[in-house]
Design a protein around this ligand. Structure first.
Ligand SMILES: [Zn+2]
Length: 329
């Protein structure tokens, strides 16, 4: 009897996961159709719409001053006072005539006569018109995005996201790897938030993974190399940005992989360098501490970046890599 219950539980979990994966796939298909439609109207490639939308999705999930997305599949948010017009007595106006009368920007994108700020097509159309994106080339697109977001970092992030979408030609870009190959010797524990004193008292913004000199260091995600070079604290270090608002920081490297350059797209498992003990001084300083990989993770909210504990992620990726290995054997 117990066995039957257990089996049906497992079946239930399996089916739920299947349904979840299926609905995620549907959402991505729906989004892609919307981006392609905008591409056909504006001649701006779909991957820019995907990038802008993904940026807004990321920001929305970490900001308290923007309401959480309640419906639809597009995450772009236009404030009610901009959508309806500042003096409009109807905060969430959907009437295109009164919206335009009060200087609002809300547009009807799906042709139902309403400019509904919760409708995906209306949102995209409004965004496109508000920023004047029709027939915009890549350089002008950057300028227009800068005018809207007023932050160079945001334009850089959107441009990176667009590069990833363009290269893989899909919205479904996911997957992770543990930063070190599992068959090497290494050890780590949760050290995020520990005190550090070199370069002024500060909090340890990462997890230290101890390993021998020369152990390969791998990208943990699909992303873009955003920083590469020397830093007084981090030594030879690399920064990689993914699509889901994570910035990965690898420090104290002994060196970089030859083929890794700034702006390059990497995949989970791409070797980016190897373990060393560089840092805590001018370029070339090494050996002031035992060799290890310092691995940090950061998020961005549209204004600023902050560090969070990578330890739970490392444990998860390690487990997933172990499972993948087992399946291969
Ligand atoms: Zn560290």
């Amino acid at each position: 009897m117990k066995k039957v219950i257990l089996l049906s539980c497992l079946l239930c979990i399996f089916l739920t996961l299947q349904v979840k994966a299926e609905s995620e796939k549907n959402v991505l298909q729906e989004r892609m159709a919307l981006y392609k439609k905008m591409e056909s109207i504006t001649f701006v490639p779909w991957f820019y719409y995907a990038a802008i939308d993904q940026y807004e999705r990321n920001i929305r999930s970490v900001r308290r001053d923007i309401p959480k997305q309640s419906s639809g599949s597009i995450a772009i948010y236009i404030r009610p006072e901009i959508w309806s017009g500042g003096l409009n007595p109807t905060t969430n106006d959907t009437n295109p005539v009164t919206i335009s009368l009060f200087g609002g920007v809300g547009k009807d994108g799906n042709g139902d006569g309403q400019a509904d700020s919760t409708n995906d097509e209306d949102i995209l159309r409004t965004f496109v018109d508000y920023l004047h994106l029709q027939h915009t080339d890549r350089e002008h697109l950057k300028i227009k995005l800068w005018r809207y977001y007023k932050r160079a970092k945001t334009v850089e992030l959107i441009t990176q996201y667009a590069q990833l979408y363009e290269k893989y030609n899909t919205l479904d870009i996911r997957g992770n790897a543990f930063p070190l190959p599992l068959h090497y010797n290494y050890s780590y524990r949760s050290t995020w938030g520990d005190r550090r004193s070199f370069g002024g008292l500060r909090i340890h913004e990462g997890t230290d993974i101890f390993a021998n000199y020369g152990t390969p260091v791998r990208a943990t995600c699909y992303g873009i190399v955003e920083i590469k070079g020397w830093n007084r604290l981090g030594g030879w270090r690399i920064g990689i940005r993914d699509l889901y608002n994570n910035y990965y920081y690898y420090a104290h490297l002994g060196g970089f992989s030859k083929e890794i350059r700034l702006g390059q797209i990497v995949e989970p498992g791409t070797v980016i360098g190897f373990v060393g003990s560089t840092g805590y001084g001018p370029p070339g300083t090494a050996g002031k501490f035992p060799p290890h990989l310092h691995f940090g993770m950061y998020k961005d909210n549209g204004y600023t970046e902050w560090s969070f504990d990578p330890y739970p992620h490392l444990r998860l990726w390690e487990k997933q890599d172990r499972l993948k290995q087992k399946r291969k054997h």
